[in-house]
Design a protein around this ligand. Sequence first.
Ligand code: CTP
Length: 278
Amino acid sequence: MNARMWEHPATQANVDLLVARGVELVGPAAGELAEGEIGVGRMAEPEEIAARVEAILGAGGGALRGRRVVVSAGGTREPLDAVRYLGNRSSGRMGVALAREARRRGAEVTLLAANLAVPAPPGIEVVETPTAADLERAALERAGADVIVMAAAVADYRPAEARADKRPKDGAPWMLELLPTADVLGTLGASRREGQVLVGFAAEGAGPDLERARRKLLAKSVDLVVFNDVSRDDVGFDVPDNEVVLVSAAGEKEVPKAPKERIAAIVLDEVQRLLSEG
Ligand code: CTP
């Protein structure tokens, strides 16, 4: 392709759409083009394309080949009536990036999908888990997995009652009673099997309170807590980037701001380290 065709806004908009749908591009490369011009538009070298396809399909002994990995993603919605719910701003991007990366590394992946705003990656099992109770059920059914990553923002409270119809407006206040939901990660941690790796996320405001993260590690009996600041606009909930601190028994590892795909790769490197320790 000629560089002007590649750079054209229509081409770039189509490329952005494909990438948002989970398509990965290999190239184009820069160099000599068909008409003798120099620029970006060359097809990537066949070896490079083949290597990437192999990595994506987990061929050549992906590092997580033969491992069962469960990832929860998105945010649960707890119904108030037939049309209303209590929810949160999680888009599911972080969990989807983790699921895609685990698949790339050869794992057999199940995605517990809580109201995703982004498409699920191909080649994995997707289980719809719109509420905390759905997510709890699906996660406990798969509690024997080698790796469980709880990236979903699970509601800590749900309305005590959900009306089957739509509550009509009557001008009077609507008092809600909220009941605590089950802590899925805590339950998984309490009954974990040996050699399993459990990963939790901690959504905190106003800078990392690592003491709290360390306490969570122990209290929930998990191997890794991925700490992210949800008070910022440029990272965390519902944006493409994240900036996290990985907290494990080995200590803390700060991961500077990067696309969630890159963060996912770093989290899974850490998971692999923990798996190798048994
Ligand atoms: N989680 C869960 N079940 C819940 C709530 C949360 O499994 N009912 C999981 C989340 O998926 C996440 C981690 O637990 O991996 C977050 O832990 P939580 O203690 O809820 O932390 P925060 O929400 O960050 O903090 P807080 O204690 O203030 O609620």
